[in-house]
Design a protein around this ligand. Structure first.
Ligand code: SF4
Length: 465
């Protein structure tokens, strides 16, 4: 069947659905799948909140939903392909459902999504989520295709009701978008320019969360360090951190993600002064070579990055440092890669996320010479990950014998272990009374645990009575 015939036939099938419902689309159940970062996870919580408020009910499979939403990530090609594969599955069997593509792929591909997947009815980028109630209204009253793709907005996505998926840690967005222009990154195109939320709204949300029982929150943004309070208070990020961490009832405050260029000493001073700020900083470096950092348009050198690491290493608190690294960026020589490996030895990160460079549409890196073969990228990634694994084994072994406070987030029945997290964001599992209702329920509590064993990715211990 030709493409246009296929579209026409699909439209007919779909209009049948509309007619059966007297011209109105009765979508009352929704399914949502989220790809990508914590920003997306929290955006999905807000989308769910908006839908639940409109009377929708969440179901746990796309088959049983009237409205199927994919909140997408386009940071790497693989993540983008996954979404189209999902949509493909329903090309023939999705009759009667409405499919929506949200997030970064929506913003990047725009109305082209309708061509690639004609059964999609809604395409909305993250800068337009505030329009969701209106767009849903249009779908419900018979519009077949709605889009929200504007980027030139001053608005942040504020919703009075976010459905929180994680019962132990709540996310609060403090800044949306990004004004940097890293050569490999699609975010400035998909999430728009930086927009900070007023500190009053952020504090209100933190207090509300504390009142509902949350003791741990994570402040989110593409670059939280460049937070600038638009309200007359005019707080910078470090001041916001201090104030959020002083909300009564808050035991732990985390933040992500940081950009080294805007990471100032005042942030470490705040961590030193305020116990509720966690002993953890995620500071993406991307490469250990200043030459590569220049090509990546990262706006700092290796030395400038190291100065920030020294602030953390000199702090009296035991601050865990984690990072992101890209291998095989165009023009990366063996010597540049070697400098990244040396950086790992020098800093000894507690953990890292490492990726092969993935060319993305519209980004300046596409035009750079010296693209590296996939096989070579894979080789470098393996070397880097093996080195980091050895570092983590060594670093985590240093915790054996220490007593750490854990926030208890779950129970692993198979292993009969409670799952806890330390202030350094390390997983520390431990044995205690079973979670079978016969003894006390430890979920959500903070307890001291002595570390007895260490692996590359987690610690094991026993509760200190
Ligand atoms: S700081 Fe760079 S990598 Fe991070 S979101 Fe902005 S452009 Fe992308």
């Amino acid at each position: 069947m030709s493409h246009s015939l296929e579209v026409e036939s699909w439209n007919r099938r779909r209009s049948g659905f509309y007619n059966r419902n007297n011209g109105l689309l009765r979508m009352k159940t929704f399914y949502i799948e989220t790809f990508g970062c914590q920003m997306n996870v929290h955006d999905s919580e807000k989308v769910m909140g908006t839908l639940l408020r409109r009377g929708y009910r969440q179901v746990d499979s796309p088959e049983s939903a009237d409205l199927v939403l994919y909140n997408t990530c386009s940071i790497r090609d693989k993540a983008e392909q996954k979404v189209f594969n999902r949509l493909q599955q329903f090309k023939k069997t999705g009759n009667g459902k409405v499919f929506g593509v949200l997030g970064c792929v929506a913003q990047q591909e725009g109305e082209r999504i309708f061509e690639r997947a004609p059964h999609v009815g809604m395409v909305v980028g993250s800068a337009s989520y505030h329009k969701l109630p209106d767009l849903l209204g249009q779908l419900e009253t018979g519009n077949r295709r709605v889009t929200g793709l504007e980027l030139d907005t001053d608005e942040t996505f504020e919703t009075p009701f976010a459905r929180r998926d994680n019962p132990h840690r709540a996310y609060i967005t403090i800044i949306e978008g990004c004004d940097k222009s890293c050569a490999y990154c699609v975010v400035p195109f998909t999430r728009g320019p930086e927009r900070s939320r007023g500190s009053g709204g952020i504090l209100r949300e933190a207090r509300d969360l504390a009142e509902t029982g949350y003791t741990e929150i994570q402040l989110l943004g593409q670059n939280v360090n460049s937070y600038r309070d638009p309200s007359p208070a005019g707080w910078d990020f470090a001041t916001l951190l201090r104030n959020v961490a002083c909300v009564p009832g808050m035991r732990r405050v985390r933040f992500t993600t940081s950009h080294p260029r805007d990471f100032v000493k005042e942030i470490i001073d705040a961590i030193e002064d305020v116990p509720a700020l966690c002993n953890h900083v995620h500071l993406p470096v991307q490469s250990g070579s200043s030459r590569m950092l220049g090509r990546m348009q990262r706006l700092y050198t290796r030395d400038e990055y190291m100065r920030r690491i020294e602030w953390m290493k000199r702090a009296s608190r035991d601050i865990a440092i984690t990072t992101d690294i890209i291998v095989g960026f165009p023009g990366e020589t063996e010597e540049d890669f070697e400098q990244t490996l040396q950086l790992l030895d020098e800093i000894e990160y507690d953990s890292l996320f490492s990726f092969k460079y993935s060319p993305r549409p519209n980004t300046p890196a596409l035009r750079l010479e010296g693209q590296i073969a996939e096989e070579e990228k894979g080789r470098r990634l393996t070397i880097l990950q093996e080195k980091q694994r050895a570092i983590q084994i060594r670093r985590n072994a240093g915790y054996v014998g220490t007593v750490e406070e854990v926030h208890i987030e779950g129970y692993n029945k198979a292993l009969q272990q409670w799952i806890g997290r330390t202030s350094q964001n390390k997983t520390l599992n431990f044995y205690d009374a079973p979670n079978d209702g016969s003894k006390e329920d430890l979920l959500g509590r903070y307890l001291p645990v002595r570390v007895t064993r260490a692996g590359p990715n987690s610690l094991v211990g026993e509760r200190v009575q």
